[in-house]
Design a protein around this ligand. Structure first.
Ligand code: FAD
Ligand code: DLZ
Ligand code: SF4
Length: 518
């Protein structure tokens, strides 16, 4: 029997030529569908730059498929017959092209997966959901690794990934003798350091059209559309990666945790947009970095790239990224409702405007609003730390992170927010909350120099709010946290504090939290 004509769906974050949904395509017969749909573009009010990036990247990818000879149906956002949702688009195009089956790749969000599972019955035809082999670990591999373990620590999963790829290993032993060089990666940026440029592209006519669409249709969404400079094709994404490897990887490790006023890009790679939407794959990113590391190590005419930079970067990609993806599918759907610390405070308005006297927050929100990007420590130790210490509701904080970052999809956003930032999962992801006082922010940035508050003042007039919020947080959650052996030392320090100092911190925190609610 001949194979029926197949409708092959490609989602906005599946822009990869080797995507499993395209495997075995009959180019003369099958139809590839990409659809810009209202339901996906506005189920949360995504940052304008995230929509510009995705729609433009989808349009460019569709053109590349057509150039390869594929039959592509591209549903434009403002097309008269746009059906408004993925399910309705699939149903409509299946009938339009007379397809007898649908093939998709496993999506990145549980919500979309649940929807896909209902399509076969609704369409009365087979709907095949193929594994997403762009990840290094399969969902089943993670589940096998995690099942029965008391603690799911990234470090041990990461070592499995290193072994699986035979990456930075000699006879099964880690390069340099250690698996992890994180201890070397905590330097502050020197005052006079010369910072490299981030890679920028001038928008072409396709991107300019999408910008006009977003200006008219998504005006009420968060974020600035101006100065869009991201890559929107695979070639451009490769340029971003290669420029990072040539110019910034050398310093990535030591300055990975550093932050600087008005400098969002620093020595980071800025590839998360491309990795998460499929223009780059984790396999190729890691292979290129490893290859350049060894090539430079063997060629005296090339500058050596420090192992702490290379290992640190590779750990982010095959460690953290793979780990949060595996964890997401292992713990969903319950994970979405986790709230171990019973945090219920509403998100303050300044998360949308950046209007706060706390300079570190204002800076990180400004970077986010302008670029749909902030680097990891800004997300974790400034914005996340504030959300943790002030007890913001996980639901509201998750929605904010999903909206504001151009690389945000639930599989990666939710574990980072509920697990890493808010400790809402009670320690499944992190062995202790990432709580910190102003001293950490001052150590890793120059934000405090430009702030109305004084980071060295602990309580009272002009004191840095992070200082008293920190002690108040520990005090409030003593029952939930003091039995955690990694918190033992900090509670012993707290117990040695003069009672009036702790009382003053708690009183200042209460006043601050009341003003936050107002
Ligand atoms: P680099 O610092 O250059 O790191 C290289 C790559 O490693 C990144 O591109 C990313 O793919 C990967 N990576 C690093 N850390 C993580 C991590 N914790 N989880 C998953 N991948 C990681 N990353 C997202 O891709 N999407 C998100 O929605 C997202 N939300 C986050 C929310 C919070 C609260 C926190 C603390 C982190 C979040 N991250 C998220 C992780 C990280 O902040 C971003 O991946 C990173 O800032 C992207 O910038 P970059 O490409 O310059 O990264
Ligand atoms: C995030 C997003 C946006 C803004 N728009 C679309 C869209 O129009 N069409 C589409 O296929 N996907 C879109 N996405 C991504 C989805 O919301 C969802 O996050 C991923 O497809 C999950 O894998
Ligand atoms: Fe942030 Fe406190 Fe420093 Fe101000 S003083 S920038 S609020 S850490």
């Amino acid at each position: 029997m001949p194979t029926p004509k197949t409708l092959r769906l490609i989602l906005a974050d599946q822009l990869t030529h080797s995507l499993s949904a395209l495997a075995g395509i009959d180019v003369n017969n099958d139809v590839v569908l990409l659809a810009e749909v209202r339901s996906e573009a506005s189920y949360v009010k995504h940052h304008k730059k995230k929509i510009i990036y995705l729609f433009s990247a989808m349009r460019h990818f569709a053109l590349e498929l057509k150039q390869k000879g594929y039959q592509v149906h591209y549903t434009y956002y403002d097309a008269q017959d746009n059906q408004g949702s993925l399910a309705a688009e699939v149903a409509h195009r299946k009938t339009q092209y007379g397809c007898g089956q649908v093939v998709c790749t496993f999506p990145g969000e549980s919500r979309v997966h649940q929807d896909m599972l209902s399509w076969s019955a609704a369409l009365d035809c087979p709907v095949e959901i193929r594994a997403d082999d762009r990840f290094i670990a399969t969902i089943e591999e993670f589940s096998t690794w995690a099942t029965g373990k008391k603690q799911l620590r990234m470090e041990f999963f990461y070592r499995e990934m290193r072994r699986k790829l035979n990456c930075l290993l000699h006879d099964g032993q880690p390069e340099g003798g250690k698996w992890n060089y994180d201890a070397d990666n905590r330097a502050k940026l020197p005052k006079d350091i010369e910072l490299p440029q981030n890679t920028q592209f001038t928008p072409d006519t396709i991107t300019l059209e999408v910008i006009e669409l977003v200006k008219s249709q998504f005006d009420d969404h968060f974020g600035d559309w101006e100065h869009f400079h991201y890559g929107v094709t695979r070639d451009q994404a490769l340029t971003v990666l290669d420029t990072f490897i040539q110019e910034r990887l050398v310093n990535f490790g030591q300055y990975q945790d550093a932050m600087m006023q008005d400098e969002p890009w620093l020595f980071h790679s800025h590839i998360s947009f491309y990795l998460n939407s499929g223009l780059l794959t984790a396999h190729e990113v890691v292979a290129r970095v490893e290859q350049v590391y060894y090539a430079h190590a063997q060629d005296p005419s090339q500058p050596a790239i420090p192992l702490n930079s290379v290992e640190g970067f590779i750990r982010q990609v095959i460690g953290w990224r793979e780990y949060v993806r595996g964890l997401y599918w292992f713990v969903m759907p319950d994970y979405v409702n986790k709230n171990h610390l019973n945090a219920t405070r509403k998100l303050p308005e300044f998360f949308w405007t950046g209007k706060t006297k706390m300079n570190c927050l204002a800076q990180c929100i400004k970077d986010t609003k302008e670029h749909a990007y902030a680097h990891h420590i800004q997300r974790l130790m400034v914005l996340g730390n504030f959300a943790l210490l002030t007890g913001l509701s996980p639901e509201e904080v998750n929605e904010w992170y999903l909206i504001v970052y151009g690389d945000a999809y639930e599989w990666v956003e939710l574990p980072n927010v509920s697990g890493m930032v808010l400790y809402a999962d009670g320690g499944v992801l992190a062995s202790k909350p990432y709580a910190a006082s102003g001293a950490y922010i001052n150590k890793m940035s120059n934000y405090c120099k430009h702030c109305e508050y004084k980071v060295t003042v602990k309580t009272g007039e002009g004191a840095c709010p992070f200082n008293y919020l920190y002690w108040d947080f520990l005090h409030r959650h003593r029952d939930a946290l003091s039995s955690n052996h990694r918190m033992g030392m900090i509670y012993r320090t707290m117990d040695k504090m003069a009672p009036e100092k702790l009382d003053a911190a708690i009183a200042d925190a209460h006043t601050f939290l009341i003003s936050l609610d107002e």
